[in-house]
Design a protein around this ligand. Structure first.
Ligand SMILES: [Zn+2]
Length: 440
C-alpha cells in the first residue's frame, strides 16, 4: 500500500519528492509548530476507581455527538450538566485537565535538554523546506513527502489499529505560490469529476467546477481533493458508498487551517472513520519556524519575495490498512477470501505442483523462478491442492498456477482466479503476459 501511495502521489507532479527526516527533534521545533502549547488532549480522572479517561471520548459515547474543539472548562460543564459518570465503575469524574500528547525524550546527558518524538511527520518537511527548494532548482510548487512513524501518547489506545501510540503516516506537503491559489495547470483533468462530499447528513456528488462556485473552494485545493479521492476509489478500490469527504466546521478545525476536509471510510460497527485529511495551512508553519529560528524562510520566486503556502495531504496508513482488511474480507460457504486489489495483495501469484513426484516439483520451481523476475510469487507444495488454494484465498493472492502431468506434455498450466475460482489453461510462454494483463 505504501508503494502504491508513493507511485500515485509522487506521480502527480515532476517536482514532488520523497524525503526522510528525523524521528527525534528538539523542543524548539515544536515550540514553533505550536505542539508544545496546543497538542493536548482533555483528560478526566475517576474519583472512585482512579482511571483516566479521554473526556471528549466519554462524552461522545454518552451523547453521540462530536466535542472536538471544546475547552476543558466547557467539557467539565457538559459532564456536570448531563451527569456523565465513569464508564468503568459509574463513579464521579474529577476536573477535566489537559495532557500534552507528545513523548518527551532526554537528549544526551543533560536532563534539562528535552526533545520529542515527532507527533506527525509534517514538521520534518517544513524545517527542511528551504534546503530542498534550493537543491531542486528553486521551483514552486514543490512537494515533499514523508512516509514514516509518528508517536502520540494516547491515554487509551484501542480499537486495534485505529488508535495507537506508534503509527505510520504518509504525508505530502505541497509548497506553493499563494498568488496561484485559484488555478491549477491540470484543472481540465478533474473539472467535471464528481466529489463525494458529506452535505445535509448524506453523501452528495458535486463536480469540481460546481465546487468552485457553491463551496467557494480554490482550484489548487480542489485539484488535490479530487486526486486524493481518485486514489481511494481507483487505486485502493474503496466502494463509493463507503467513502466520503467531510468539511470540518470552524469549531472543529485547527485555527491555522483555512480549508480542512477529512477523508472518511465507513467501518462496521464504528461508522465513518477519519483516515486522513487535506489541509490548506497557509504560511502558518513556515512563519512559525521563521519566528522561532530567527532564519528567514522566504523564497524569491516569480519576481517576488514571500513565504510559500502549504497544502498538506495527510493519511494514516494503519487506519486505511484496517479498512482494506475489513472491506475485502469475504466468505463463500467454507471459503474465506481477502479480495484485495491485485497491486495491494502480498503475493500476486502462487505456484503449486499438483503432486510431489513425477518431476512436477522441478517443473514448478522453474516456473516459480521465471515469474519471480516480474511478480511477487509464493511457492507451496504442502497439503492437498484444494487446501493450497484456500490458503492463498485467505491472504488475498489473486492468481494460482498449478503444474500437472499435462504440463510436461504440452507446456501449459492451470491458472485459477481467486474471486471466481474459474480455471483456464495457459501456455507457459504466455503466463507473464497473461498475469500482467489481468493485474490491471
Ligand atoms: Zn471509575
Amino acid at each position: 500500500m505504501e508503494d502504491q501511495w508513493r507511485k500515485y502521489f509522487l506521480g502527480l507532479d515532476d517536482n514532488f519528492f520523497e524525503i526522510e527526516t528525523a524521528n527525534i527533534m528538539p523542543e524548539k521545533v515544536f515550540e514553533a509548530s505550536g505542539h508544545i502549547s496546543n497538542f493536548v488532549d482533555p483528560v478526566a480522572k475517576c474519583k472512585k476507581c482512579g482511571t483516566f479517561h479521554r473526556a471528549d471520548h466519554i462524552m461522545e459515547e454518552f451523547l453521540h455527538e462530536s466535542f472536538e474543539g471544546k475547552t476543558a472548562q466547557e467539557m467539565m460543564h457538559i459532564i456536570k450538566k448531563h451527569n456523565i459518570k465513569c464508564p468503568k465503575c459509574k463513579g464521579e469524574l474529577g476536573e477535566v485537565s489537559v495532557l500534552n500528547m507528545m513523548f518527551p525524550v532526554q537528549l544526551g546527558v543533560d536532563k534539562e535538554t528535552v526533545g520529542y518524538l515527532r507527533p506527525e511527520t509534517a514538521q520534518g518537511a517544513y524545517i527542511n523546506f528551504l534546503r530542498h527548494f534550493n537543491i531542486m532548482r528553486m521551483k514552486l510548487p514543490l512537494g515533499l513527502a514523508i512516509v514514516g512513524k509518528a508517536f502520540r501518547n494516547e491515554i487509551s489506545p484501542r480499537q486495534l489499529l485505529l488508535r495507537q501510540r506508534e503509527f505510520t503516516q504518509a504525508e505530502l506537503q505541497i509548497f506553493f505560490d499563494p498568488r496561484k491559489l485559484d488555478e491549477h495547470g491540470k484543472w481540465k483533468e478533474i473539472a467535471k469529476y464528481k466529489l463525494l462530499v458529506l452535505a445535509d447528513k448524506k453523501i452528495t456528488k458535486i463536480s469540481c467546477d460546481e465546487a468552485v462556485k457553491k463551496l467557494k473552494l480554490p482550484k489548487f485545493y480542489l485539484y488535490y481533493l479530487a486526486k486524493t479521492q481518485q486514489f481511494f476509489l481507483n487505486v485502493l478500490k474503496i466502494p463509493e458508498g463507503k467513502f466520503r469527504l467531510r468539511r470540518l466546521s470552524d469549531e472543529e478545525k485547527a485555527f491555522y487551517n483555512k480549508v480542512h476536509f477529512d477523508i472518511e471510510i465507513e467501518l462496521d460497527e464504528i461508522g465513518f472513520k477519519e483516515c486522513g485529511g487535506i489541509h490548506y495551512r497557509t504560511d502558518h508553519d513556515l512563519s512559525g519556524h521563521q519566528k522561532i529560528s530567527g532564519q528567514s524562510q522566504e523564497v524569491f520566486y516569480d519576481e517576488k519575495r514571500f513565504l510559500a503556502h502549504v497544502l498538506e495531504l495527510s493519511m494514516g496508513i494503519d487506519r486505511i490498512f484496517y479498512a482494506l482488511l475489513e472491506l475485502n474480507y469475504a466468505e463463500d460457504k467454507d471459503r474465506i477470501m481477502l479480495k484485495l486489489p491485485t497491486p495491494l495483495a502480498p503475493f500476486t501469484v502462487a505456484v503449486f505442483p499438483l503432486v510431489n513426484k513425477d518431476k512436477l516439483p522441478q517443473e514448478a520451481t522453474k516456473i516459480y523462478n521465471m515469474l519471480k523476475e516480474n511478480f511477487d510469487v509464493v511457492y507451496d507444495e504442502g497439503g492437498s491442492i484444494g487446501k493450497r488454494y484456500y490458503r492463498q484465498d485467505e491472504i488475498g493472492t489473486p492468481f494460482c498456477i498449478t503444474i500437472d502431468h499435462q504440463t510436461l506434455k504440452d507446456k501449459t498450466v492451470t491458472l485459477r482466479h481467486r474471486n471466481s475460482t474459474k480455471q483456464s489453461r495457459v501456455k507457459i510462454s504466455k503466463l507473464a503476459e497473461e498475469i500482467s494483463k489481468l493485474s490491471l
